[in-house]
Design a protein around this ligand. Structure first.
Ligand code: GTP
Ligand code: MG
Length: 235
């Protein structure tokens, strides 16, 4: 099941936003970036289909769905240019293509911790998926307590002119990790916390993240004991 989180590819919105930032007078640049947004959307679609197929295979072979649900999003034009500014990347198509790999993003929410690695391994073993970047914040959580596996991969998108390797950012995490990350994000950005309360609040959030991880590890143990052979073959 794929949910659209926000900012899915809407040709008019993206065109309007790009015209505003780049300026209508730079018609060629505008056209190239629109083309690139479309490529990134196609690459997200390709990866989404691959993941749905993997989940379906596990469902029918092992009676187990590694994937709880997925969310797709395209980076909003203003976020793209804010990021470019922060990272001192020029506003040119070449610089963006070579430095920003998360215009198309897909978040995979798994049922168990081991499913994160099942998904990662099976996706990366496909011939047309190329790993560009990989970070394991489950093995090494961020100081905030954040856990997730982040991948940037590229897949060929087949245009009328031939295939174009296109990057997609994939975040893979469990339901518990996702629940924590969503609430933590809201707490951090949507509330105003007095400075002296911040440390206490951060420490509590780290404890909560650890607690959730412990609970998910325990539940995985129970599931492992109860499940049929084969489900955990990819660990
Ligand atoms: P970017 O190029 O900005 O993606 O840099 P990076 O690859 O070093 O980024 P990182 O691996 O830190 O991943 C950034 C994304 O991970 C963010 O957009 C968030 O979705 C998520 N993320 C990272 N750290 C946290 C955190 O502490 N809390 C929450 N809620 N999300 C986080
Ligand atoms: Mg990122």
């Amino acid at each position: 099941m794929i949910l659209e989180r926000s900012n899915m590819f809407n040709i008019d919105t993206i065109n309007n936003d790009l015209s505003r930032v780049i300026g209508k007078e730079h018609a060629e640049e505008l056209k190239s970036l629109m083309r690139y947004y479309r490529l990134c959307q196609s690459a997200v679609n390709e990866i989404g289909t691959k993941l749905e197929n993997l989940d379906g295979e596990y469902q029918s072979e092992y009676n187990h769905n590694p994937i709880h649900h997925m969310e797709q999003r395209m980076k909003a034009v203003n976020s793209l240019f804010n990021k470019a500014r922060k990272k001192h990347i020029p506003k040119t198509i070449d610089a963006i293509e070579n430095n920003i790999f998360d215009i198309g993003g897909i978040r995979v929410i798994t049922n168990y911790i081991s499913d994160v690695y099942t998904i990662k391994k099976n996706l990366l073993s496909q011939d047309d998926v190329t790993l560009i970047k990989s970070k394991d914040y489950i093995k090494d959580p961020k100081p905030s307590g954040y856990r997730s596996v982040h991948l940037v991969v590229s897949v060929p998108v087949f245009l009328s002119t031939g295939p174009v390797e296109t990057p997609v950012e994939i975040q893979i995490r469990t339901i518990g990790m996702d629940m924590w990350a969503s609430l933590e994000h809201k707490l951090r950005y949507k509330t105003s916390v007095e400075a002296e309360k911040v440390e206490h609040f951060e420490n509590k959030l780290i404890e909560d993240a650890n607690e959730i991880f412990k609970i998910e590890s325990n539940m995985q143990e129970i599931y492992r004991d109860l499940s049929e052979p084969g489900v955990f073959k990819n660990e």
